[in-house]
Design a binder for this molecule. Structure first.
Ligand SMILES: NC(=O)C1=CN([C@@H]2O[C@H](COP(=O)(O)OP(=O)(O)OC[C@H]3O[C@@H](n4cnc5c(N)ncnc54)[C@H](O)[C@@H]3O)[C@@H](O)[C@H]2O)C=CC1
Ligand SMILES: CC(=O)C(=O)O
Length: 372
């Protein structure tokens, strides 16, 4: 199979879909890998690194998309890339289609086989291709949040760890999965008072067993969210219902009750966001805006700011699936691997992920019917 890797074009997206190690694994298995010129530079990988690993360097994005049987990317295609879609093309990348109606329709219209990293799901319900980027974004959410709590950055001027004789700051994390747990670890490490809310009592028990005493766990309901949010210096949105639009858990009224200069980092923005006052996706070059006196951060590609770490971590988990798709062919790979099958959001013009169909009120077709 020919695997194409274009350069990412989203604002400040410096990750790339394959590291040289990933290229080498695919080439050794008998595949050809076409890298767009300088696609890896943002992650510190040169054309020479890729050529040594066995890749061929291709000069334009159009050539990469045109020659490849499977395109591997990091972020969802942007409108200027939709023209490259064609029937039978396999697109393997983050898609977040529940928040991307136009992209969903373009993939259906062009009959692309669209496999989303973030909905590949193992039997234990974990999301192996989302986990490493959630680890990155969870850790970054605290790093980013504490910067914007500083006065010169528009915040209320709080050092979250406090100092002897002064209370530490309060960090409230909504969602206790991978993002939430990684955020909690960072915030606890800095000495903040940490509260984490989740809707799953089992998850709250696990968190209590792991960190009991160092963090407060709370059942996620509107009463507890309101109470916690109004006292928070930093709120981190970290919920996920796989494949679906994020529920709006923090209402505009709750935001109005926060003290001026507090900060909200909504990591769940890639699935549409969990905060009512977040009405736009922000970018690394213009990451925040202020509403009701509260700093809002809603960057949908947070790991793009630490591309070296993120590209390597992403390639570690995507390559085994890419090898399976390339070696067996997409149809057989999907039939053989139920986790991979859950990644298929669209095929042959049919929308095969129910939560995405519900988000856009489009018809849903079960995968077995769509692939025959
Ligand atoms: N902005 C960015 O750059 C990035 C965003 N993300 C996003 O972060 C979000 C979280 O991802 P993960 O932590 O990996 O997911 P996860 O599945 O590990 O955790 C999600 C948690 O949310 C909980 N939850 C669901 N409904 C809830 C509710 N009503 N109240 C409280 N908790 C609720 C679940 O029980 C689960 O524990 C996803 O949307 C993911 O795509 C991940 C990486 C980068
Ligand atoms: C998960 C995702 O969308 C990202 O890492 O950018």
């Amino acid at each position: 199979m020919i695997i194409g890797v274009p350069k990412e074009i989203k604002n400040n997206e410096n990750r790339v879909a394959l590291s040289p190690a990933g290229v080498q694994a695919l080439v050794k298995a008998g595949h050809r890998v076409m890298m767009e010129n300088n696609a890896g530079l943002g992650s510190g990988f040169t054309n020479e690194h890729y050529e040594e690993a066995g890749a061929e360097i291709v000069h334009t994005a159009q050539d990469v998309w045109g020659m490849a049987d499977m395109v591997m990317k990091v972020k969802e295609p942007l409108p200027e890339e939709y023209a490259f879609f064609r029937p039978g093309l396999v697109l393997f990348t983050y898609l977040h289609l529940a928040a991307e109606e136009t992209l969903t329709k373009a993939l259906l219209e062009k009959r692309v086989t669209a496999i989303a990293y973030e909905t590949i799901q193992l039997a234990d319900r974990s999301l192996p291709l989302l986990t490493p980027m959630s680890e990155v974004a969870g850790r970054m959410s605290v790093q980013v949040g504490i910067q914007f709590l500083e006065k010169p950055k528009g915040g209320k001027g709080i050092l979250v760890g406090g100092v002897p004789g002064v209370s530490p700051g309060r960090v409230v994390i909504i969602g206790g999965g991978v993002v939430g747990t990684n955020a909690a670890k960072m915030a606890m490490g800095l000495g903040a008072q940490v509260t984490i809310l989740d809707i799953n009592p089992e998850r709250l028990r696990e968190l209590d067993d792991l960190y009991g005493g160092r963090l407060q766990t709370l059942m996620s309901n509107s009463y507890n969210i309101e109470t916690a949010v109004k006292q928070a210096d930093l709120v981190i949105g970290a919920v996920l219902i796989p494949g679906a639009r994020a529920p709006k858990l923090v209402t505009e009224d709750m935001v109005k009750q926060m003290s001026p200069g507090s900060v909200i980092v909504d990591v769940a923005i890639d699935q549409g966001g969990s905060i009512e006052t977040i009405d736009r996706v922000t970018t690394h070059s213009d990451p925040t805006y202020v509403k009701h006196g509260v700093v809002h951060y809603a960057v949908a590609n947070m790991p793009g700011a630490v591309p070296r770490t993120s590209t390597i971590a992403l390639t570690n988990v995507t390559v085994p699936y890419a090898l399976k798709i390339a070696s067996l062919g997409p149809g057989a790979a999907i039939k053989q691997d139920p986790a991979l099958a859950l990644g298929v959001n669209a095929v042959n013009g049919a929308l095969t992920y129910q939560a995405v169909a519900e988000a856009h009120q489009l018809p849903y077709t079960p995968l077995d019917k769509a692939i025959g």
